[in-house]
Design a protein around this ligand. Sequence first.
Ligand SMILES: [Zn+2]
Length: 67
Amino acid sequence: MARWVCSVCDYEYTEEAGDPATGIPPGTPFEDLPDDWRCPGCSVGKEAFVRASEEEGEVRTDEEDYL
Ligand SMILES: [Zn+2]
């Protein structure tokens, strides 16, 4: 399952966990969230979320550190 990260406040939506606080049951794909779903952290819409890559075994930590 994928993870989605809010580009505004870094809230992370995990499809596996859902978002019980807003009534989203575990296992809900991000695409299936209602269009009026808002980030629990900062209330932006779904369009502000970006998909987090989740490729096991290919964590390129040394590339994330450069500024
Ligand atoms: Zn947010």
